[in-house]
Design a protein. Sequence first.
Length: 173
Amino acid sequence: MNSNTAARTPLRRTALTAGVVAALALPLGLTVSAEASAPTPAKVSAVAPRPTVGTVGEAVTRVADFYGAYIDAKGDYEDPDGTLATALREHYLTPDLARRLAAWEDENGADGVLRAQNVPAQWKVTDNGAVGNGHEVVVTLTFGSGGTTQKTRLFVLVERYDHIADIGTTSNH
């Protein structure tokens, strides 16, 4: 074996070793980068998403929109928005109902839209059918939480021009 061969052998081993390392590292590097760039799966919620559906001109949707916004305006304990609550009443209620509710509130010391002094924790709106030229919607308000809840059912009459004409505790059927 001559001196040239002896000098090239470690060089060949080094080149061979570097080639093997590169050949092994390249696929590993691609795998790692592919895993790193793969999108992480979304967190799975224990609660299934609940759809909310509304239709323009539908009495149930109109009442649900009003009660949802009204309760939000009144129920912000840190900063209730009385101006918004008043504007919502002006927009959704007939002038006659607004006057009757004001009289009811003076007499009872409570909010006439909610028929209560406080704001409900939950509400549900369901269709109750046509009544004359209008439509009746049942609003179920749940006050309190846990084992101490109280439910109030209100019957809301929507006139044919989409304004709330009456809110009562008995049905118009």
